[in-house]
Unconditional design. Structure first.
Lengths: 348, 348
């Protein structure tokens, strides 16, 4: 799913403008669509195409069906100096997530660290964007989100938890933050969806059918379940994410979160959780950066090992070298059809 | 490593008193030994015997060798309302950890959430104790610790990171918190040590030799490395723990953390990181408890599935039913020898 061969590179600016115009044509508010477009294209720029503009058809379908409040009016509830709760007003998750993570950054700048929970939100894409936003401010960031149930608890065969991702970023002096971003399932949901679209088989150990037997056909995952990452440990981490994002915020819990792919009656009601810690409060930022490089050097001592996030930074350098993002034909075709149906010109 | 057959149950009070007397005889301060004894016996009571009084011989060896500052004088550095750094003064890790987690709880009670980093500390045992201490106060707790390098980064063959555990707890109305406590390695270090002691083979996929080839002999792990949990994801989580506990606190980083088993020249210089979030600030505690049970019910809908921490609570109920803790002969013999060498009477 990473072959991008057939078209010339589209600059990030043009791609963002295109994404925003399509979203607006589908009913989005211009300002909020701006955030969504930026975040989608950020993912394309960093090589995570299945979290990029490939999402536009689904987002537009939900916008056109009135399933997002747009513009939404997120209510930021000041619960304590280091804690806020954000009611996302059923807005587009990317926008709500951006508002919430900025709230966490602002509070951490004041009191050193802050936790911000979010309810009544929707799919917000890859968490890497949000933790990198924290790291860009020289802070340490954690982000989590619950999602609709796809993953069986360890020892069970029914889906109870979402792929419930967890992300972390730490800044480096060269700007290339360490970015950890992982599903607590054996595979990310977006990878299953993309594999199903491409008709590719899943590796063993990713999914089971409703009787708990191993399967490799991504199209059958909907009737079965994904397995948690590494058995009991991934299950435990997924449950932690569900507690922080679902239970503790007032968002949907387990089947209370709805599938954006299958439920076209209601909003997703998913929840997110962000933590920002101001690195400069812990020690002078220069010292922190020096200490980060001690760790990086220790890792580099192992030949062939990459830092978490390094693949993204390499992809980002390629994007810059290419002067923008290149797409495979399937993505180009899908976006061309979408643009046509909304009367928007394509950048290719 | 969980057969406890040969002796009658020792009450928790007597076991704690015994642990404390042995520690004092080896040179520990009475007050600080009290915390260490409580935490060791907490682990025995919850069935985690390899984090219990089985640790006493090693702790006493390090105490007698003057490798702990005891009493230590942890310096709590107030960095911001929601952030403190604790210099553990090279004290016993269990004591330093208890002081630091209480600092996180106290700060979260004031400003809603708090992060407390710890440097210049030592092995603090299972993190489950510390997060449960947070959950007992009705708060949500996170704990992490770095440790001496045993784990190869994904794709490498040299140990660079510790087993770097990560723990989380969330309170429930019935008092039986959800307790997540996992090594970011494919196995906990204490399980390897115990397997080596018992001469048991490790499962496949846990460890490699120095050339990166799979091994199952626990005695050979010291010359090779453990693998991270689930490959790249466990590696990324272990690196996150190293950044928060090592880089961001001023503690040892990677090989800057020393093995308590092998280095008898210096303190461990390990670091810890605690986050406490006051649940009652997010929503009324009653509502949180109701919502927790919605999630628990969703999990229970899967037959045969346990909650993280449920095994501990079952072990705890067994301990209560038995009137205390029962030990296997090997543990009893080792503790009897230790007690004899320090002139302390055993409780059996």
């Amino acid at each position: 799913m990473n072959e991008h061969t057939n078209t010339q590179a589209i600059t990030l600016d043009r791609l963002t403008a295109f994404a925003v115009e399509v979203l607006i044509a589908a009913g989005a508010d211009r300002v909020q669509a701006g955030d969504v477009g930026n975040i989608l294209v950020w993912n394309n720029a960093f090589g995570r195409h299945n979290q990029g503009v490939w999402r536009l058809p689904l987002l537009c379908k939900r916008l056109s069906a009135g399933l997002f409040q747009c513009p939404c009016n997120p209510r930021i509830d000041d619960r304590a100096p280091a804690v806020a709760l954000v009611d996302g007003d059923n807005g587009m998750g990317h926008y709500v997530g951006r508002v919430a993570v900025d709230e966490a950054i602002e509070r951490a700048a004041k009191v050193g660290a802050a936790a911000v929970g979010v309810c009544n939100s929707n799919f917000l894409g890859a968490l890497g964007y949000y933790v990198q936003r924290i790291a860009e401010r020289g802070m340490l960031g954690l982000a989590m989100s619950n999602s609709f149930p796809k993953v069986a608890p360890h020892g069970g065969a029914k889906p109870v938890l979402g792929t419930n991702p967890l992300a972390f970023a730490a800044p480096r002096r060269n700007g290339k933050s360490v970015i950890v971003d992982l599903a607590t399932a054996a595979s990310a949901g977006s990878d299953i969806t993309k594999a199903a679209e491409l008709g590719e088989a899943l590796p063993e150990g990713i999914a089971i059918d409703r009787d708990g037997r191993p399967i490799t056909d991504p199209a059958k995952v909907n009737e079965g379940a994904l397995l948690p990452l590494g058995g009991p440990k991934g299950y435990a981490l997924g449950l932690m994410v569900e507690i922080l994002c679902g239970v503790a915020t007032g968002a949907g819990i387990s089947h209370g979160v709805r599938s954006m792919y299958r439920d076209f009656e209601r909003g997703g009601d998913s929840g997110h959780f962000f933590v920002a810690i101001d690195t400069g409060v812990l020690m002078p930022l220069d010292m922190f950066y020096e200490r980060m490089e001690l760790l990086v050097d220790a890792i580099r001592d192992c030949e062939g090992v990459m830092l978490p996030g390094e693949g993204r930074w390499r992809a980002h350098a390629q994007t810059e070298a290419a002067g923008g993002v290149e797409f495979d034909e399937a993505t180009t075709d899908a976006l061309t059809r979408l643009a046509g149906s909304h009367g928007v010109a394509t950048p290719w």
